[in-house]
Design a protein around this ligand. Sequence first.
Ligand code: HEM
Length: 538
Amino acid sequence: AQVSPTGVPFEAADGDRDPRAQAGDTVTSPNGVRIPDTDHALKAGRRGPTLLEDFHLREKVSHFDHERIPERAVHARGAGAHGVFTANGSAASITRAPVLAEEGLQTPVFVRFSTVLGSRGSADTARDTRGFATKFYTKEGTWDLVGNNMPVFFVQEAIKFPDLIHAAKPSPDREIPQAQSAHDSFWDFVSLHTEATHHVLWNMSDRGIPRSYRMMEGFGVHSFRMVNQARETVLVQFKWTPKLGVHSLTWEEAQLAMGTDPDFHRRDLADAIEAGAFPEWELGVQVFPDTEDQMFEGIDLLDPTKIVPEEMVPVQTIGTLVLNANPTNYFSETEQVAFNTGHVVPGIEFTNDPLLQGRNFSYQDTQLTRLGGPNWTQLPINRPHAPVNDDHRDGFMQQGVPTGQAPYSPNTVDDGSPQPAGWDEGGYVVVPRKVEGEVVREVASSFDDHFSQPAMFWASLSDVEKTHTVEAYTFELGKVYEQAIKERVLVVLATVDTELASLVAGGLGLPAPEGTPVEHLPASPALAQVRGESFPLD
Ligand code: HEM
């Protein structure tokens, strides 16, 4: 038994425990407090802001943030480039942020593309979501738009993010993605949390294996609030559209590239920039009225698993991004760059999307471990291109040598004490908004529909894309050992579309869920591999 410094033995409820093992049969906090609900954050109102008093949310997400040193906890594998963003001025009516509003204004940027799940040395062409993170070094401070190449996310709340990543990362025993537990746990998780269905369908479609970072769309995913000079607000969703169009690899090409050139995407980006073929994107926004309920035509704008179809609200272009310089040093730039959704500038504000609210905590928190303390904005790649006078002092890796005697503002001790900035001085003055509601660990019922949008996405695919998607499900589910998990996924798929479910069931050699007509896929290399048959590559 463990003994305290005063000699008193600790009595664990379940007796002596191996400190390496988890004990007991209920979910607990790190202090052993039993937790009634580990899926929802404490919020002021079902759709209200997340409360700081939620120690379980903070400890759970914070603990996750510190798990891996020093590679990124997610998105460890990446490639970056410098560039310039030029606003076309059309956003002036909706935001006072010059980076977006001032016609012709050029802002330097650094962009990092990434896969999510692989480690730093993993292959580029794995089937995965891709990160598309942009740091805008504006004169008003740094703005980070930390997006993905898919417009929706797996989970609706940040409190589930550690669980999602634990389920999807390589297996804890062998650290092999293809090991039994990793495939079983991923499909277990996404079939138990059916809000993931939409994102998983995007992953299984050709979007999961982009041909090039230069040929990917990017999405901010959440709704953000924009504020104009007249303090009027709208909600927006951001989208990057590549000038080269959207292209994917076939699954066979992706497999071959993984073996022959695991740096396929990295090399492609660096080579193109070096050759002067600078990749370009248009930045666009879908604009929605900032109504009290923050709904649009029945779609909850706070639910990050939903899109608003572009047929309903077209994307309006507000500027252009050109990537025109490779990093000089991978570590100093691509590795040390640190994004944070909490980095916004006047004219761009948050919404109550519970995933966004949690991210705003998580990125700052994770950098404390990854980049060795609170001074990571002093690293060259992260340094703002605006004057910094923050009264912060000391800490690990402090690189500044501040002068003066009074690190607080305002003060009358030092000459030239920094002054607060109001709206007219370009201060980050939040537009007041009303918050009310009961403190609950729940979401609104408008988050409940997990299947209509995946069904819409499936219906939008061409026959070739559908075949690829079915092959992807069949291949990935073919790696799952537990039959009950495969069957549960098939039930989820049948809820999306019976044809999809029966094709995947046929590929797996399993009966389709009851009431689903059985169809069979034509022979294909992916299916042949699932069945252990050899197939010619030509
Ligand atoms: C990293 C996107 C949700 C935690 C990243 C990166 C991207 C990204 C692009 C890589 C940044 C880089 O290149 O350095 C997204 C998107 C999300 C999402 C689009 C949902 C819409 C979350 C959530 C959490 C989270 C909910 C936690 C609660 C992290 C962490 C990193 C990361 C810890 C590593 C950051 C670093 O070490 O620099 N995310 N993410 N993300 N994300 Fe997210």
